[in-house]
Design a protein around this ligand. Sequence first.
Ligand code: CAA
Length: 384
Amino acid sequence: MIDFELTDEQKLIRETAREFAEKEILPRARDNDRNERFDLELARKMAAMGYVGATIPEEYGGRGIDYLTYGLIVEEIGRVDSAMRTVISVVTSLVGTPIYKWGTEQQKREWLPKLCSGEALGCFGLTEPNTGSDAASLQTRATKIDGGWRITGQKMWISLGNYAKVALIFAQTDPEKRHKGIAAFLVPTDSPGFHSQPIHGKLGLRASDTAELSLDGVEVPDEALLGRVGDGFKVAMTALDAGRYSVAAGCVGICQGSLDAAVKYAKERIQFGRPIASFQLVQEMLADIKVETEAARGLVWRAGWLKDKGLPNTTETSIAKLYATEAAVRCANLAIQVHGGSGYVDDYPVERYLRDARVTTLYEGTSQIQKMIIGRALTGINAL
Ligand code: CAA
């Protein structure tokens, strides 16, 4: 049976997230974007609200909420500012979730309460300068030493990499084994040999921190290994199943934000002696944004529902991520069209929506990678 009615608790959580986003994040979003400023204080406030690590069980410092409700929070934060939404997505889904799923009791106790409380941020170190979509060919090496591992390599486009206290680093232990040789490590970023460098000049998500990481013989103890040697690729893929859902939910927020801004502007803006909302061609654009938003939200809710039921959801998550991210680009672009010239400057949020939406079709698996995952599921053929 399908039930599209949210519970009273879910409605309250959504309402609270919307109020928080409008009161705390919105007043700072434009300036943070203009100044490429990562707002650590706001990140900590989001953690204090229980939004960071929200799906992690309470015994480890999280809120223990279901995926559908988590998606509602992520949508509301994404509706106002994707840069701050990225903090929730990365720390909760790409770092917290794999620690919870694959970690030892000691690893969970060490890191999860810190991540959920905002005391520590985390980052996800999979991508490398020469390894993007083909994640299994990563070149960072982990070599066994007495009592631990020595890691050497470079990581690229790492969200929160300059602020994280722990980095989930994927490294190859035996290149001949390809993905079966990959291991995941929880690396404290103050380890000797660990360096981060900010990446500037991005089209969008300017208020989100992005780093290039280099690990120069970083030594970690055996206890830093997350899962077993050879599990690393699956750790990454399960983290991305959670991360892609979060990105998709955030993009529903961009669609909804575009819709809200476009409707408001269309009713206020007078041309030819009447509000532009009274022109059929403008209403057509509003209707198109609305349909995209509802379609994306439906796909995200379905993926969240599957996750909550513990059912397989990789394909449905990729469908939601593919559709919602591409829809966010289309919706933001249409919202600019409704705003005319005013939409081209940052007096209104719609140009930021477009710039921020653009990367979501690239990171956490490009749209083409999502199509590949869907195509493989349809045919059973591992096409490249
Ligand atoms: N869950 C669990 N296991 C999975 C899985 C999943 N979702 N997907 C694949 N696997 C398993 C397979 O079952 C297989 O297991 P066996 O060895 O036991 O058979 C193994 O992993 C290898 O799978 P594939 O043969 O499918 O691997 P592949 O090399 O063909 O790659 C891919 C598959 C889907 C293309 C993958 O490489 C991929 O997702 N690439 C995109 C990488 C990506 O999204 N990067 C984003 C970086 S993070 C980021 O952007 C965030 C940031 O900070 C900015």
